[in-house]
Design a protein around this ligand. Structure first.
Ligand code: SF4
Ligand code: SF4
Length: 187
């Protein structure tokens, strides 16, 4: 059933997300060093894991083109409200790295490390995850932790669990006079 969008006065489905006001700052070498240290530790833990390929979690679910576009638009407009907890570790652990290595068995530990380091954005949001760049997360879902892949805020969760993937959507990020509205996203 189509819903009336009270903010745009049409029958698009409204997707309400928050909006962070953090500021952009050039990437810090210190943060890059902390990420490397964290990854080296996780890669060492992976080395002593029993049967890492069997223990690797399954690849992230395919969201489908429309859901992927809506979530990407929402997360970029929101400026990554929920990414602050990512710090300099991005929730990456040996389980995630086991999954990455299982999907790309030709990569050795150093290549996996470089896969992540090469994705560090040139500028990031202060107080947010080290991979949180101007356009949102710089990691593809295949490289993100399961924590990141599984989490959706209330607005995106309502959209995904509502399973209405045929009605166009409009993202509304923030509140009051600071609210930003996306263009109409069509399935
Ligand atoms: S999941 Fe929600 S809160 Fe987190 S970045 Fe995306 S829109 Fe923002
Ligand atoms: S890895 Fe990406 S999705 Fe996860 S906390 Fe960092 S910026 Fe957010």
């Amino acid at each position: 059933m189509r819903r009336q969008n009270p903010d745009t006065d049409d029958d698009t489905q409204p997707i309400m997300v928050p909006r962070s006001e953090r500021l952009l700052a050039p990437a810090s070498a210190e943060r890059g060093r902390r990420l490397r240290k964290h990854l080296v530790k996780a890669l060492r833990a992976l080395r002593v894991m029993k049967a890492p390929t069997a223990a690797a979690p399954p690849p992230p679910a395919d969201l489908g083109a429309f859901v992927a576009r809506v979530t990407q638009t929402a997360c970029a407009m929101c400026n990554g409200w929920c990414c602050k907890g990512g710090g300099d570790h991005a929730y990456l652990d040996e389980q995630t790295l086991a999954r990455v290595r299982a999907e790309q068995p030709d990569l050795d530990a150093r290549a996996v490390l470089m896969l992540y380091v090469s994705r560090l954005p040139p500028a990031g949001y202060q107080g947010s995850c080290v991979f949180h760049g101007e356009q949102g997360c710089t990691l593809p879902r295949s490289l993100r932790s399961d924590v990141c892949n599984a989490y959706f805020c209330a607005g995106l969760d309502a959209f995904i669990t509502g399973e209405d993937f045929t009605t166009p959507a409009v993202v509304l990020a923030g509140e009051g006079g600071r609210m930003r509205t996306s263009r109409v996203l069509k399935p």
